[in-house]
Design a protein around this ligand. Sequence first.
Ligand code: ATP
Ligand code: MG
Length: 283
Amino acid sequence: MTTPRPKSTEDIAERPQEASDVNRIDHVVAVLSGKGGVGKSIVSSLLAVSLRRKGHRVGILDADITGPSIPRMFLPKGTIQLDSDPLGILPATSRTGIKLMSINLLLRNESDAVIWRGPLIGRAIQQFWTDVVWGELDYLVVDLPPGTSDASLTVMQFLPLSGALLVTAPQSLAGMVVHKAAQMAEMLQVPLLGLVENMGYFVCPDTGKSYEVFGPSHADELARALRVPLLGRLPIRPELTQLSDTGRIEDYPAEEFAPIVAHIEANAQAPRLPPFTIDLKGV
Ligand SMILES: Nc1ncnc2c1ncn2[C@@H]1O[C@H](COP(=O)(O)OP(=O)(O)OP(=O)(O)O)[C@@H](O)[C@H]1O
Ligand SMILES: [Mg+2]
């Protein structure tokens, strides 16, 4: 019988002490638009769902601190209970095994307001990266809030992004704002993976006829101007609204995401090393 070796200080030093000791995340993909309400959270969620269906280990970091929507899309209302761990915060896990972290998972009520100034928002996002026990992931999808200020800046400066997926809608106002987001990403040296147009059209279930409800698409034009590939156009689907409102987004077939996922698998680069600063010379 062998007597167990007494624990040396070296053993203790090798033991994981914090979340970053066990986290191994291969690709971090930000989903951004600049414009509010165009479907960033829907696209983030369906991207994660589609990557998961292909067998990848996937997480979603909800970087929208004041308007978080990821838990509502994945988890039935009232079932959220985060476990703690000596290494850090354990993320929630969706039905199909997607790891989720959002400020709403830490609030007593999902409708409680978070009224924080920029620095606090930035710190929360950084902690979602450093203090959450993500473990080993192939892809971490980061759902950004609208705008090009604090939260987006923190994500682009401090997270080791592999690239960013841009989301637009048919309205030309959306296109104009997406330009700003793309410009910000470029200034912070975040590679642009491609453009997705959401709510581009509606197919009438009775007639099969397609209607461009918000007017003609500008997605091709916008993709050309931004020099990025147009990866897909998503229709308006009432069942998508319903599923995403009731924690059942993983039931959506999301066949439109096949080319988007294939492109990301082929093109998402290794994470670049932060922090990045903005070069304001060109502004
Ligand atoms: N293609 C679609 N078909 C049907 N409903 C959609 C579609 N895309 C988005 N929606 C609905 O529109 C609303 C806004 O979408 P979403 O929350 O993804 O936008 P967002 O860009 O993340 O908004 P915010 O700027 O507030 O973060 C949601 O209620 C969502 O369910
Ligand atoms: Mg959102």
